[in-house]
Design a binder for this molecule. Structure first.
Ligand SMILES: *Cc1c(COP(=O)(O)O)cnc(C)c1O
Length: 964
């Protein structure tokens, strides 16, 4: 007898349900003979793709790493002195390995469930404290997407925060980075307000001004005293934003002390690799009074039900989930993992370490400036931090070429000017090489501690005095701090995260591995094209494969979150209508079921949102659609639909909806966040879409990072190609960031390029068959869950054949009415079973949306079912009067270790029911560090920086008391 060896493919490892027995059992439960029969029943025939995906054959894990190595080797690693908002930095190895490369951090979800997120919330609070201290502004968020879009958000915040009428203009100093000016301009064009670029060192221009934007240090490296222009702006009733370099603020008078209202910038140089332009965490700090208009996530301090201080996201009512088109921004996924990395860098170095890095960086720049000056070169400014700009009339290209030959990249500002930026990695040897490029001899090193700028600009105030930045010095301490923080959280490395709409699937190690290779991570976004061939090949490849998967004509990878893809896609639609002379088309139809970012993005793109109702069965109400189209005849710009819908349904009449909107002259935007139910089965570009964004951090395996990074590529049909975001290639070649034909850029270059190898590897390893199998399995698992839970919790919507798509909504409203137990109680009780909650209250209040994804095995799915069934039994105990709602394990969930080992346990249920409601928990038990958190209290009394250690003492006393 011969045994045919079966090689395990990556598909077998990515997909959880692989054994024929499991498959049979699941299909049997659903009453189908094979997987294809189930898929045929669930997915409408008229949207099915005719052919299988045309993709290269699947590679093994080893094969993909070899291929990625080949691509990485096509990039040329040079000493990066280009600057322009991106500085090389050293990621401390412990942070690289224990945070950036650690699934306990990178596979976590956004901390909406604060009880299981205390570790990352503390890290993000450290980030806020760090930014607030360095900018000298009292409130900072965590985080924004990139420096340029953060500056654009600041402009919008100044307009909201200023009582002036809408026609007051925004004035931007000409000494901002060109990419920042380009992104601000794009936002202003969409919203129809005026932006004037002026030389603010010559004073304020005439006219009514809502806000001004300055940059410190400037685009040309100048460290300027802004106090006068800031005072003048305030006299004129304008708000002031300063785009600042965080590292420089350890030495330079911070924006808050100069009178600025807002400061924004990038935290990249705090240990986050260049990543060919992103992902990096941007920051925004504000003065008091603007907090309710602040965009992005804000971590605040509150308390749990035992009075223990606890962290949570604060002021959520500003955000798109709740406020939709009236939200402060469209930002949903931000840059949590990178903000955490930057905050840990500050914890690791402490204030004196950061200051030493800044002084060294500054000293190297001064050495270069002095040596070049002595050699007769025209150094532009005497007051600078890390960037020395040199006039080299007609010689810029020649100087750049010589520098490159010597292994260094300078910045080409124009044909007559070059910029040289130092950073944490700059050494004496690098400095010698730099001056050698100009033919100058060995320089006299400047002494660290001397400063090249005025005494008035020298920072006197303290920063990072909180103990967290001053108590962790040894690597052992750091190692344990990182472990302690990650241990407080539930991420995918411990449990299924069945969050509907978020697609928390496997982020495999082979997919992740290459992103920190220096040949990828160490490339500056503005290197010459011939130094980034590997990157460009990988990006072109990924683009082509995503185009094949979606059925569109082209795609831009620039948007660094789904929300930014929406914005870019809607701008493409807007540009198209304008080019056709249809500028009056400004109505965006959005179904009531839509994700909050849809409405917020439409507003940012200058559109009016009109809501279309959903019918009782969850589909779009066609009669209401017709009515809204008719009432806005000639004004319809677009409809935004999610497919399958956020109700977990393949609407059978999607083609009909698309046709009616097209007939009315509108464009169809299909939100592709749910592509995990379509890949390999149907293509939005073929069944009616004109444009879609994808969430590579959902469907295409980029980890969620505890709330970012993300990539939200925008894909378009042929006729919208000319309106994709500004062409980054042109930008890199010219050094100036000019958008093509007035098409706005939405972020920097290729956005979050650094994480693209993950999606590239995912597609390469699964191939056409694996991708399609993943989709089918996602459908199977969701339908199996729905079928098994249906008798315990009604499934809110089902489509053809009583089936759902890749997720399902459990409706608790009737149970809530009968017993008082809420969906939130269930979400919190799941923590006691070791599970992360499903999506709570979206898209329907009072429900839970469950998405198992294809990566969960049947055992884990059964454990989840077991937990939900046990919880349902507890709900019946409330109904039966075994305990009241207030004294039930549901309302008192989650249970901390402190609560269940207390010697005065006097609850209406046993300790065992509280802590070990199912037997398996006796061996593997996660205890949340805090109990149920009072969110409202935290909002009433807003604290957004690290509380003093004394704040934690009462709880510690109570523990001591219990001991004795
Ligand atoms: C996640 C999601 C978005 C927003 O994507 P982000 O990357 O978080 O900005 C938009 N629409 C739907 C349906 C989503 O699930």
């Amino acid at each position: 007898m011969s045994i045919t060896p079966k090689t395990t493919t990556f598909t077998d490892r990515h997909i959880g349900v692989t054994t024929p027995q499991d498959l049979e059992r699941m299909l049997g439960e659903l009453g189908y003979d094979d997987l294809d029969a189930l898929v045929d029943a669930a997915v409408p025939a008229d949207i099915r793709a005719a052919d299988a995906l045309d993709l290269p054959a699947a590679l093994s894990e080893q094969g993909v790493l070899e291929e990625l190595r080949r691509l990485a080797d096509q990039n040329v690693l040079r000493t990066q002195m280009i600057g322009q908002g991106f500085s090389d930095t050293i990621t401390p190895p412990i942070i690289l390995r224990k945070v950036l490369e650690n699934p306990a951090w990178y596979t976590a979800y956004t901390p909406y469930q604060p009880e299981i997120s205390q570790g990352r919330l503390e890290a993000l609070l450290n980030f806020q404290t760090m930014v607030s201290d360095l900018t000298a502004l009292p409130i900072a968020n965590a985080s924004l997407l990139d420096e340029s879009s953060a500056a654009a958000e600041a402009v919008l915040l100044m307009r909201r925060g200023n009582k002036k009428k809408g026609d007051a203009k925004t004035v931007v100093d000409q000494n901002l980075f060109p990419q920042t000016i380009a992104v601000i301009r794009g936002r202003a064009e969409a919203l129809g307000f005026e932006v004037e670029v002026a030389d603010l060192s010559a004073g304020l221009p005439e006219g009514d001004i809502s806000g001004i934007v300055l940059q410190q240090p400037g685009n040309d490296g100048l460290v300027a005293d802004h106090s006068e222009v800031i005072a003048a702006a305030k006299d004129r009733g304008a708000l002031v934003t300063v785009v600042a370099d965080l590292l420089s603020l350890t030495l330079i008078t911070p924006p808050g002390e100069q009178g600025a209202d807002i400061s924004v910038g990038s935290s990249q140089r705090f240990g986050v690799p260049l990543f060919f332009g992103g992902p990096h965490a941007a920051f925004m700090a504000i003065r008091k009074g603007l907090e309710r208009s602040l965009p992005g996530r804000l971590v605040g301090v509150s308390a749990d039900d035992a009075g223990t201080p606890a962290y949570r996201l604060a002021l959520q009512t500003r955000e798109q989930h709740i406020r939709r088109e009236k939200a402060t921004s469209n930002i949903c996924t931000a840059q949590a993992l990178l903000a955490i990395t930057a905050s840990m860098y500050a914890v690791y170095h402490g204030p004196s370490g950061l200051r030493a890095i800044a002084e060294r960086t500054h000293a190297h720049a001064r050495t270069i400036a002095a040596a070049l000056g002595a050699a007769g070169e025209a150094v532009r400014h005497e007051s600078f931090f890390d960037t020395v700009v040199v006039s080299v009339p007609g010689r810029a290209d020649e100087v750049l070429a010589r520098a490159e030959e010597a292994g260094i990249n300078f910045r080409r500002i124009d044909a007559d000017t070059v910029g040289i930026s130092t950073d944490e990695k700059t050494t004496d040897a690098v400095v010698s090489t730099v001056v050698g490029v100009f033919g100058a001899g060995d320089p006299d090193p400047a002494s660290p501690g001397d400063l090249a700028f005025d005494a008035a600009l020298t920072r006197e105030s303290e920063y990072l005095s909180h103990p967290i930045f001053n108590s962790i010095r040894s690597e052992t301490q750091m190692l344990r701090y990182l472990r302690r923080m990650s241990g407080r959280d539930l991420a995918l490395d411990r449990t299924m995260i069945p969050l509907g709409s978020c697609t928390m699937k496997l982020n495999s190690t082979a997919e992740m591995e290459s992103i920190s290779w220096p040949e990828f991570a160490g490339i500056h976004p503005y290197v010459p094209e011939h130094q980034s061939r590997g990157w460009r090949t990988l990006i072109a490849d990924l683009e082509a494969r995503l185009v094949e998967i979606t059925g569109y004509a082209g795609i831009s990878l620039q948007p660094n979150a789904g929300s930014q893809g929406e914005y870019a896609g809607l701008l493409a639609i807007r540009g198209y209508h304008e080019a056709n002379g249809d500028a009056e088309r400004d109505v965006c139809l959005i179904p009531a079921s839509a994700h909050g970012t849809n409405a917020a993005s439409a507003v940012l793109a200058g559109m009016r949102v009109i809501v279309v109702s959903n019918a009782d069965d969850g589909t779009i109400d066609l009669a209401d659609l017709d009515a809204k189209i008719e009432a806005n005849a000639g004004r319809i710009s677009a409809i935004m639909i999610t497919y399958p819908s956020t109700y977990g349904l393949y609407d059978a009449d999607v083609r009909e909806v698309c046709e009616r909107v097209h007939a009315a002259g509108g464009q169809v935007y299909i939100d592709g966040a749910n592509m995990n139910a379509l890949v390999g089965l149907a293509k939005p570009g073929e069944f009616g879409g004109d444009v879609s964004h994808l969430n590579l951090h959902k469907t295409f395996a980029i980890p969620h990072g505890g709330g970012g990074p993300g990539v939200g590529p925008v894909a378009v049909a042929e006729h919208l190609l000319p309106f994709l975001p500004g062409d980054p290639v042109t930008a890199a070649d010219s050094g100036a960031y000019t958008a093509r034909d007035g098409v706005p850029v939405v972020s920097t270059l290729f956005g979050s390029a650094g994480v693209l190898p993950i999606s590239w590897a995912y597609i390469a390893m699964l191939g056409a068959d694996g991708l399609t199998q993943a989709t089918k399995t996602a459908l199977l698992s969701a339908n199996y869950l729905a079928a098994r839970l249906r008798d315990h919790f009604p499934i809110l919507f089902t489509g053809r054949g009583g089936l759902v798509a890749h997720e399902c909504i459990l409706d608790l409203r009737e149970l809530t009415q009968r017993t008082g137990v809420t969906a939130e109680d269930v979400a919190k009780r799941l923590i006691d079973f070791g599970f992360h909650a499903p999506t709570l209250a979206f898209p329907v209040a009072g429900t839970l949306m469950v998405e198992p994804t294809e990566s969960e095995d049947l055992g884990e799915i059964e454990r989840f079912i077991e937990a939900m069934v046990a919880i349902r039994a507890e709900i019946e105990q409330v109904a039966a009067g075994d305990f009241t709602l207030e004294t039930s394990p549901l309302r008192l969930a989650p249970h901390t270790a402190a609560a269940v080992v207390s010697s005065d346990w006097d609850r209406a249920y046993s300790v065992e029911q509280g802590a070990f409601p199912v037997p398996r928990l006796r061996v593997d038990k996660y205890f949340p560090p805090v109990g149920r958190i009072d969110g409202a209290a935290g909002d009433r009394n807003l604290v957004c920086s690290c509380p003093p250690p004394e704040a934690f003492e009462p709880a510690a006393d109570a523990m001591d008391g219990a001991d004795r």
